[in-house]
Structure formats: structure tokens, C-alpha cells
Design a binder for this molecule. Structure first.
Ligand code: DAH
Length: 353
């Protein structure tokens, strides 16, 4: 029996060095420690056939061997666990320094989307919500609700694509029976006021459409970002404060903004907003046409007629609004001098971002 025990021990030590993975470890466990057929278990079972002293002597020896084997087994188990973990880490590790694999071209965001996302983040951090609006808009929301009646000359500057015979529709607003491809994102002013009431902080990024003779600076389809705030005690300095934050965020801390009067039917007073030309730091260059300033937005205090259309109590609330041409921001940011390239789908252009 002593010999048997020695043999098991020797077999075990031989076998344990061969074990390389969890499966082999389990086989080893079965072979020696299995309750029913394990070699060591068997020998322990045989102990009870011995008598008296012999039983005591072998019992002690067998227990020592058992403990020793179990210890070695536990150590091996730990080793296997660590090495398998290492394998997983090895298999799943990502080499962030590896250059792009050849042949596989990946898509990425368009520069307009990059700037739009960036601005949405900035505005939502200031408590604005970002809303979408319909691109096919009723004449009512696109013009009338914005204080641009049918005979107003301002409509000439925003000629667009009229869609015929849509008929009246509840979602088109008051008495609306004609539809246009929206000329700006401002129609969301009245829509949001009617839906959410005051107070309100909203930005609306989106595509707008104009009947435009296209050239390097004019496109029929562009993107805008409209914004407006309605609350109690809102005044012009709040407008200036917000636009100052936006300008500095876009072009750096040294940038100043300049507001000069300009007529827009839906604001009063209305302004044309410029920022210091960041290319020449205001000294005058080709891009700013030697003026030192770049025009990037329109803005103003929301006209009471617009607030009224939106169902806002004008005795209690005031608001300001602004509109950026997103394409223009993108062109200035990246030094692009041809607007038509933005939506051209030209990969030689797109690959640069
Ligand atoms: N909707 C105007 C446009 O497309 C831009 C604009 C100007 C928006 C002044 C405003 C604003 O909210 O206050 O030309």
C-alpha cells in the first residue's frame, strides 16, 4: 500500500507538469480526486480494510500525501487561471498606436456635422434644448407667424420652392393652405412657443432652402442654427452675452463681437452680428474685405407680433433670437472659399476632415 501511495504521488507529479490549460486541469482532478473513481480516493477508501496500527500508520501517511497533492493542485489551478486571463487580455488588447489598416476606408463626420455637434453641445450646456423642425413648412410658420405678411418685400429676399396643392392642414398652422421648403430655421420660433410656452431656451439646427443663383458664396441648400430665449426680464444685454460666449467658443478668447442695426421683420430691434476677423486679428485682410470684421449672424429682440402668434403673454415675457449660417461658420473655421464644395460629395475634399 505504501508503494501504491508512492506511485500515485509520482504519477501525480508527472501529470501535473503536463497540464497546460483548464481542460487538462479538470482531467487531472478527475483522475486523482474524483469522489467515485479518483486514484487517491480509492486508496483512502481501501484504508478501512486495514486493521489497527497499520491503519493508523497508513492513514497518517495517506493524509499527508493527500494534503501535499491538493496543495500542488491548488497552486497549478491558480497558475492556469492567471495564464488564461493573460491570454484573454492578449487576444482582446487594442493597440492604439497601430496605423490604420490598409485597404479599409472608414467613414467619418462631415465638417458641417462636426461644427453643428459642437454648437449643440455648447448650447445644451447653457440649458438650451435642441429641436428639429419640418423642412417642408407651411407658408404660415415660414412667413406670417414671423411677421412677414404676403405682400411684404422681405419675401423677395427669401424666395424658395413652393409646393402646390397640399391643401389645408392642422399642423401647418392658422388658415394655412400652402407649403414651402423652409427658407430659414426661424419658423420653429412660433412652433416651439405654441408647443412649450414660456420660459423657453431653444436651438434649431437644420437645412434650409432658397431659390438662389449659385456661385462660390451662394447655395440653394444650406444649414442654419437658430436660437431663442424667452423669459421674464430678458433684455438686449442677455443676447449680447450669449453671442459673445458663442463667438469666443468658436474662434478664441480674443474675439469681440460687433452688433449693428439691421432690419429683420421678426425682431425689433434687429442687428447684424460680426466677429473680429480671426485670420488677421482685426487688421484687415482679403477674407474680411479689409474691414477687420466677419459677419456671421442675424439677431434681435423677438417682435411682439411673433410672441403673440406663439401664444406668449407679452406683458410678462420678452425674448431674443439669433440665426447663424452654419455653412459660413464651417467655411471660416476651415478656410474654405467655395460653398458649393460642402455638399458636392467630392471625396478629395471630404477626406481632409
Ligand atoms: N432667419 C434669418 C435668415 O435666414 C436669420 C435670422 C436673423 C434669425 C435674425 C434670427 C434673427 O433669429 O433674429 O436670414
Amino acid at each position: 500500500m505504501k508503494n501504491q501511495l508512492e506511485k500515485i504521488k509520482k504519477d501525480f507529479f508527472n501529470a501535473v507538469t503536463e497540464v497546460k490549460d483548464a481542460l487538462q486541469l479538470e482531467e487531472l482532478e478527475q483522475r486523482f480526486f474524483s469522489r467515485r473513481s479518483g486514484e487517491l480516493t480509492q486508496i483512502m477508501k481501501n484504508l478501512k480494510d486495514l486493521s489497527g496500527e497499520a491503519r493508523q500508520e497508513f492513514g497518517k501517511l495517506a493524509n499527508e500525501v493527500k494534503r501535499e497533492l491538493e496543495e500542488v493542485f491548488a497552486k497549478k489551478k491558480e497558475e492556469i487561471k492567471v495564464s488564461e486571463m493573460g491570454d484573454i487580455l492578449e487576444r482582446e488588447k487594442i493597440d492604439v498606436t497601430q496605423p490604420k489598416l490598409p485597404g479599409k476606408e472608414r467613414g467619418h463626420l462631415h465638417p458641417n456635422t462636426l461644427v453643428q455637434n459642437d454648437l449643440e453641445d455648447l448650447f445644451t450646456s447653457m440649458g438650451f434644448m435642441a429641436l428639429d423642425g419640418p423642412e417642408l413648412e407651411s407658408e404660415y410658420y415660414n412667413f406670417e407667424a414671423l411677421n412677414i405678411p404676403a405682400d411684404h418685400p422681405a419675401r423677395d429676399m427669401q424666395d424658395t420652392f413652393y409646393i402646390s396643392a397640399q391643401g389645408g392642414s392642422a399642423s401647418g398652422g392658422k388658415n394655412s393652405n400652402s407649403w414651402v421648403m423652409r427658407t430659414h430655421t426661424s419658423p420653429m420660433q412660433a412652433r416651439a412657443m405654441q408647443k412649450y410656452g414660456a420660459p423657453l431656451r431653444v436651438v434649431v439646427p437644420g437645412r434650409v432652402f432658397r431659390n438662389e443663383a449659385t456661385d462660390a458664396r451662394h447655395e440653394h441648400t444650406i444649414q442654419q442654427l437658430e436660437g431663442f430665449v424667452i423669459d421674464e426680464n430678458i433684455n438686449f444685454s442677455h443676447l449680447k452675452g450669449v453671442l459673445d460666449v458663442v463667438a469666443k467658443h468658436l474662434y478664441g478668447d480674443k474675439i469681440e463681437i460687433r452688433l449693428r442695426p439691421k432690419f429683420y421683420p421678426f425682431v425689433e430691434p434687429g442687428v447684424n452680428g460680426e466677429v473680429t476677423c480671426f485670420l488677421c486679428a482685426g487688421k484687415g485682410c482679403r477674407v474680411c474685405k479689409q474691414s477687420g470684421w466677419l459677419e456671421i449672424f442675424g439677431a434681435g429682440m423677438i417682435h411682439p407680433n411673433v410672441l403673440r402668434e406663439g401664444g406668449i403673454d407679452i406683458k410678462k415675457y420678452q425674448g431674443f433670437a439669433f440665426g447663424f449660417g452654419l455653412d459660413r461658420l464651417v467655411m471660416l473655421k476651415y478656410g474654405i472659399d467655395e460653398i458649393r464644395i460642402l455638399k458636392s460629395g467630392d471625396l478629395r475634399f471630404l477626406r481632409q476632415f
